[in-house]
Design a protein around this ligand. Structure first.
Ligand SMILES: C[S@@+](CC[C@H](N)C(=O)[O-])C[C@H]1O[C@@H](n2cnc3c(N)ncnc32)[C@H](O)[C@@H]1O
Length: 315
């Protein structure tokens, strides 16, 4: 896949966050920095009152028109993008109070946490991992906006499909013995299952009980060709909107056995709309959650440096 298209998805997320910030029709996510990471014309558009009103109206019209099923689902999936970011930072906040010292953002894209949440940044180190091209674009935008990168933030370039995430962390200031939260939002969709499985295994072997991960993933039914043609059509519609093939999703059972094999246990799982149920209507506003994207919060259970098999063999 062209790596440039992955950069586009990171920008699309920032555009959505800028719209949500400027729109009076939702309180889901506040990100005054999002616009700095957009091409100039999009930054301008995301602030235009008329565009925001039209955007809100379109979403509402779609809610009430059965002819627009695919579009409506697309916009609901966009809601999950905002929901997952908000919820992840709430989890991080709580975990910091309990002692988490490091936050890794896998596939960080144009995430602006390091500029927005100076309150949380004081107590942790942050490691942003992403494709070199996405990261370079981000750093150019940081420079363009004259933003200062705090000294406890580290940018680590990596292609998850080609390099080991643990090797990259080992070569940095990262300390596997400190309690760590990993945010892995908006990325599993684009990675082959075997890459996801080996990343989980590696992270659990390296950090054991010191690691928790929050991530979102697509519903496995989107990729099951024997199910209704409607799901297949929705997948094609999503591809036409983003030009980025979603290649991976999981059924809950499959995910649970993957987690068990990789040395993780589920802390919390929000299937589809359950994530939206955590917030009031007033907060969600024009945004309605989707049933196609799920959210998981998992925790390492093995001792660091030992896989299950090794532990069993010792026992
Ligand atoms: C949809 S964006 C999500 C950005 C951010 N996590 C968020 O939720 O706003 C997907 C991100 O994953 C990154 N990504 C995709 N495939 C990757 C890979 N093989 N290795 C490293 N990063 C990857 C892209 O560069 C992009 O920044």
């Amino acid at each position: 896949m062209a790596r440039d298209s992955l950069k586009r998805s990171a920008i699309a997320v920032a555009f959505l966050r800028a719209i949500a910030t400027n729109s009076s029709d939702t309180k889901l996510f506040e990100d005054p920095y999002a616009e700095f990471f957009l091409p100039k014309r999009y930054g301008w558009l995301a602030k235009r009152e008329r565009f925001l009103k039209r955007f809100a109206r379109r979403v509402e019209i779609m809610e009430s028109n059965s002819q627009t099923r695919y579009r409506r689902q697309f916009w609901r999936i966009m809601t999950q993008v905002l929901l997952r970011a908000r919820y992840t930072e709430e989890v991080l906040h709580n975990r910091i109070l309990e002692g988490v010292k490091q936050y890794i953002i896998l596939g960080a894209g144009m995430d602006t946490f390091i500029f927005r949440r100076t309150d949380l940044l004081q107590s942790i180190r942050v490691f942003e991992l992403d494709l070199p091209s996405t990261q370079q674009l981000k750093l150019r935008r940081v420079e363009r906006a004259h933003l200062d990168v705090p000294s406890n933030v580290y940018f680590l370039p990596i292609d998850f499909e080609k390099s080991s995430v643990v090797d990259v962390l080992k070569a940095s200031e990262f300390d596997p013995k400190l309690p760590t939260l990993i945010g892995w939002n908006g990325v599993t969709y684009y990675l082959p299952k075997k890459v996801i499985a080996s990343m989980l295994r590696e992270l659990s072997d390296y950090m054991g009980e010191n690691v928790e991960i929050v991530f979102d993933y697509a519903d496995g039914r989107l990729f099951n060709r024997s199910l209704s043609r409607w799901w297949q059509k929705l997948l094609r519609y999503l591809y036409r909107q983003t030009r980025e093939p979603l290649i991976t999703g999981f059924d809950l059972e499959e995910l649970e056995s993957l987690l068990e094999e990789s040395g993780f246990t589920m802390v919390k799982h929000c299937a589809g709309k359950e994530l939206g149920d955590l917030y009031s209507r007033e907060v969600l506003g024009i945004f309605q959650p989707s049933k196609f994207m799920h959210f998981a919060h998992i925790k390492g259970v093995c001792s660091a440096g030992k896989s299950d098999t090794e532990i069993n063999n010792v026992a």
